[in-house]
Design a protein around this ligand. Structure first.
Ligand code: 5GP
Length: 206
């Protein structure tokens, strides 16, 4: 499970979409949210947009792997698609906040790799939120204030990326994914491979 978190406007969404374009065997976990859909967002692709009542039903039935209230709205990760993708041997990418990340740690810390994305400067963060122009000035201010509460959680993450340049950040994120996939504990069938290798070696060494 690859978790990417950041304050709104740090470029995380662009980064994660690019990663999905480039990487095989990675599925995006599509969250449910009670937030209103932005004009550019597509139901079922960016989020599943649901009512607060629907959210409560899912949460109370234990169908959310994690959930949190962010910027006054509820967000959560449906459990079933994540379990299905993992069972099929796919990695799952999560675009969730620090509260959700800590909940995933509680479940399966060794299976979670977390990355915190930071903007290069405060001005750039504001500029990206304003340029996005899909949120009202009120919402932009709220998200900026929220960044002050989110950024101090950087130290709970395995990796930190300062997103100065999208391509460079994408390369670094892919490097993290590759290295984490190559960790000994995650290599499937390695013991079988080594047994075979040793057995062949014994034959030619004697
Ligand atoms: P936005 O409203 O800008 O799409 O997202 C606001 C924040 O909610 C982002 O930091 C995003 O990562 C976080 N978020 C989105 N989906 C989830 C989720 O399912 N769980 C949690 N905990 N946070 C989420």
């Amino acid at each position: 499970m690859l978790v990417v978190s950041s304050p709104s406007g740090a470029g995380k969404t662009t980064l994660t979409r690019e990663l999905l374009n480039k990487e095989q065997k990675v599925s995006l976990s599509v969250s449910v949210t009670t937030r209103a859909r932005r004009p550019s967002e597509i139901e079922g692709v960016h989020y599943k947009f649901i009512t607060r009542r629907e959210f409560e039903i899912l949460r109370d039935a234990g169908e959310l792997l994690e959930w949190a209230e962010v910027h006054g709205n509820f967000y959560g990760t449906p459990r079933a698609p994540v379990e299905q993708a993992l069972n099929e041997g796919r990695d799952v990418l999560f675009d969730i906040d620090w509260q959700g990340t800590l909940q995933l740690y509680d479940k399966v810390r060794t299976d979670v790799v977390s990355v915190f994305v930071l903007p290069p400067t405060a001005e750039e963060l504001k500029g990206r939120l304003v340029r996005r122009a899909e949120d009202t000035p009120d919402i932009v201010s709220r998200r900026l204030r929220n960044a002050l509460e989110e950024i101090p959680h950087w130290a709970e993450y395995d990796y930190v990326l300062v997103n100065q340049d999208l391509n460079e950040s994408l390369n670094r994120l892919r490097a993290i994914l590759t290295a984490e996939r190559l960790k000994r504990v995650r290599l499937q069938d390695i013991e079988k491979f080594i047994d075979g290798l040793l057995s062949d070696l014994r034959k030619i060494a004697s």
